[in-house]
Design a protein around this ligand. Structure first.
Ligand SMILES: NC(=O)c1ccc[n+]([C@@H]2O[C@H](COP(=O)([O-])OP(=O)(O)OC[C@H]3O[C@@H](n4cnc5c(N)ncnc54)[C@H](OP(=O)(O)O)[C@@H]3O)[C@@H](O)[C@H]2O)c1
Length: 235
């Protein structure tokens, strides 16, 4: 319904949510971040226990849920984030196997060490510095879900990105997706995510800013990486 204090609706597209859950949990886990992470992981990447997955913007609202679900399935999870605090949170609180800072000069070497068996699945949220090193570590028949490219959103001319040669050499499957195509599945995804949340399988953190007037400048937190978790405007 956009950023608004009031909205008029005929009820179409409105979903009932469980009363027991706090609003922050619903916005952080069951709303867009949850359905995006669930769809991207299960419908696009189709994970199997024992595989290795790399996730960019891993400490963000989407990436942090992808990593936890992958970990619960028995994958080796490598998260990529832009600060030591975020990397620490991923390892200590969320149980990621590795969390690497893409701003480190030796990021590519750290990635090689963290992925001795290569990378089978890549959940891409950012583009930018981490993309090519991850692309280079992909295993044959690997799958890449392109969910977001936040490093590109403010550029007039997008980066060229990684060489397509690897797509042939490694027989990669790369698939972009956007959630509006899949909004009809919200009731189904919401049920599963609500269940995981109630069982304590998904942790989240919400970054709440106050008042509609804080929204335009608050949006920039996503671009400078200062948001810690789901960015929410409280009215
Ligand atoms: N396909 C869809 O339907 C769909 C739906 C929802 C979201 N998305 C996309 O999914 C991605 C994650 O969304 P979110 O809501 O979970 O946001 P988020 O991860 O909570 O916040 C964005 C994060 O991106 C990182 N970032 C910003 N600029 C960067 C850069 N130049 N290079 C590398 N990392 C950068 C920052 O984290 P660091 O501190 O780690 O740098 C920032 O905190 C976004 O690209 C978004 O557009 C797509």
């Amino acid at each position: 319904m956009g950023m608004t204090e009031y909205a008029l609706t005929d009820g179409k597209g409105i979903n009932l949510i469980p009363k027991e859950l706090p609003a922050e949990a619903i916005l952080s886990v069951i709303a867009l971040p949850g359905i995006t992470s669930y769809h991207g992981l299960f419908e696009v990447l189709k994970p199997e226990a024992g595989q290795t997955i790399a996730i960019t913007a891993a400490a963000g609202s989407v990436g942090s849920l992808v990593g936890q679900m992958a970990k619960n399935l028995g994958l080796t999870v490598v998260g990529v984030a832009g600060s030591e605090e975020k990397c620490q949170w991923l390892k200590d609180e969320l149980g990621f196997d590795h969390a690497l800072n893409y701003k480190d000069a030796d990021f590519a070497e750290q990635l090689t060490q963290a992925t001795p068996k290569g990378i089978d699945l890549f959940f891409e949220n950012t583009g930018g510095a981490a993309q090519t090193p991850i692309f280079e570590r992909m295993n044959a028949h690997g799958r890449i879900a392109v969910c977001g490219l936040i490093a590109e959103y403010q550029k007039e001319v997008p980066d060229l990105g990684s060489s397509w040669l690897n797509i042939i050499k490694k027989r990669l499957t790369i698939q972009g997706f956007t959630m509006p195509d899949h909004f009809h599945r919200i009731p189904e995804y919401g049920q599963v995510l609500g269940g995981m949340l109630m069982k304590g399988e998904l942790k989240y953190r919400a970054h709440v800013i106050q008042g509609l007037e804080s929204a335009p400048s608050g949006l920039n937190l996503l671009f400078d990486g200062k948001n810690k978790g789901k960015l929410i405007v409280e009215l």
